[in-house]
Ligand binder design. Structure first.
Ligand code: UD1
Ligand code: CA
Length: 451
């Protein structure tokens, strides 16, 4: 199939009123990635070739987002929403270039899998003119019905145009279609709008092609593949299906998820075999986890690299730019942002490490804060190898703590500390014998006198 050229067209001009959102529907995210980008990724994984995005509502935002998730895509604007066939024809100039296969997908069907697209394209390579991806559901209300005769597809009928018997059919149109590029423009241009909604239906090309004697087939996929997202409840349903798939994939690849239903991955999470993830962990985009890492419960991680055999949490927060090298440890209630924690270093309790380096085998005590922000600019803290930062110290950046240096607990460090030095950044303790008792007695009698 690699030898067949392909154009992938994603329809995404709709407004999506039922989302009740200022954001175009298909830009709502699943696993941290816009729905339409999931579709584009599936197309790419299926060897979908060139990509055409049909946009309309929220066109500017769509172009901006598309430049990120599909930098090579060509945009086509459908000014008026006159139906799915009309939308495909907005990309007429692309179709006219002449491809072997034309794949049509909907931007609001984010769970479509590459495998289903490949199956439809295979039908074309075997001689079909049109292959439609169908699915079965006990509740087909609202979907176009696939009408077959002798193993061939003869028509797709929209719910509103169905007869009583046709409405009983449970084999439905997912919206995904593969069309032989030689026939695509002719079939699309033959579509009229004589139907209940007065729209130009893409689905009508099935009847047109069948009437011409061309081979038209349906291939069956799971319901997930066809799930169309129209409102926030369905968006959550889509997210749940996506997460279930991803968790299973991770576990089968050798990752332990103690309670998989409580772990949330992002679209691009990379997690190596023998990583161990406790319950209630959230991965935002941009996370890589290496082999043998242990992620304790209730950790929130985004834009971070977690090296081999690193241990984090419980209740750790890793923000973008956190880079933890082999066997590093970031413990409970610690936040790490834009900082490198080198091999074997420990940040064990209640610390904030931002815009910093923590050298190999250094120890950052409980409650240590890198004061990286003065209200206007950010500055860096550099902690040397094997340094020891005593509990509840504030390191006021920019500041450098040398290799092997020791910062006394409770210090406020504003000046660099050389290697192997001991720094106190606090007032010396004064202890006055007996004065505690004297104070207590004076206060007690003063209170009594006042009563
Ligand atoms: C469509 C199919 C139906 C199928 C269902 C699956 C047609 C005629 N019907 O119905 O058989 O079962 O999807 O979910 O194709 N769009 C445009 N421009 C338009 C019209 C639509 O870009 O003028 C886009 C929408 O943004 C959406 C997609 O095409 O992404 C589908 O359109 P929609 O109106 O949701 O079609 P359905 O009525 O759901
Ligand atoms: Ca729809």
């Amino acid at each position: 199939m690699a030898s067949r050229s392909c154009l992938s067209i994603i329809l995404a001009a709709g407004e999506g009123t039922r989302m009740k959102s200022a954001l175009p529907k298909v830009l709502h995210k699943i696993a941290g990635l816009p729905m339409v980008a999931h579709v584009a990724r599936a197309a790419e994984a299926a060897g979908g070739g060139d990509l055409a995005l049909v946009i309309g509502h929220g066109a500017d935002e769509m172009r901006k987002a598309g430049a990120k998730f599909a930098p090579r895509a060509e945009f086509f604007v459908q000014d008026k929403r006159l139906g799915t066939a009309h939308a495909v024809l907005a990309a007429r100039a692309a179709i006219a270039k002449g491809y072997d296969d034309v794949l049509v997908m909907f931007g609001d069907t984010p769970l479509i899998e590459a495998q289903a697209l490949v199956a439809a394209r295979e039908k074309l390579s075997q001689g079909a003119a049109v292959a439609v991806l169908g699915f079965r559901t006990p509740n087909p209300t609202g979907y176009g019905r696939l009408i077959e005769a002798n193993g061939r597809l003869v028509a797709i009928r929209e719910e509103k145009d169905c007869s009583e018997t046709e409405r009983q059919i449970d084999f439905c149109n997912s919206g995904l279609m593969a069309i032989d590029g030689r026939h695509a423009l002719r079939l699309l241009e033959a579509v009229g709008n004589n139907n209940a909604k007065g729209e130009f239906y893409l689905t009508d090309i099935v009847g047109i092609a069948a009437a011409e004697g061309l081979e038209v087939l349906a291939t069956e996929a799971s319901f997930d593949n066809a799930l169309g997202i129209n409102n926030r409840a369905e968006l959550a349903e889509g997210e749940a299906i996506w997460q279930t798939r991803r968790r299973r994939e991770a576990m089968l690849a050798g990752v332990t998820l103690v309670a998989p239903e409580t772990v949330f991955f992002a679209y691009d999470t990379q997690i190596a075999p023998d990583a161990y993830v406790e319950p209630n962990v959230f991965f935002g985009p941009g996370v890589t986890i290496e082999a043998g890492a242990v992620i304790h419960a209730f950790s929130h991680i985004e834009g971070a690299h977690i090296g081999p055999r690193v241990e984090i949490g419980p209740f750790a927060r890793l923000r973008p730019g956190a880079d933890l090298a082999e066997r590093a440890k970031v413990g409970n209630f610690c936040e790490v942002k834009n900082a490198t924690v080198e091999a074997g270093a420990k940040v064990s309790h209640l610390a904030y490490v931002g815009d910093a380096r923590v050298g190999a085998n250094a120890n950052v005590g409980a409650g240590v804060i890198t004061c990286n922000y003065n209200g206007f600019t950010k500055s860096r803290t550099d902690i040397g190898r094997g340094a020891f930062i005593g509990s509840n110290s504030s390191l006021v950046a920019p500041v450098r703590i040398g290799d092997g240096a020791n910062v006394a607990a409770g210090s406020v460090i504003t000046e660099d500390v050389p290697a192997d030095a001991l720094a106190f950044g606090r007032a010396r303790q004064k202890t006055l014998p007996e004065r505690g008792r004297m104070l207590r007695e004076r206060l007690a009698s003063a209170k009594k006198a006042a009563e």
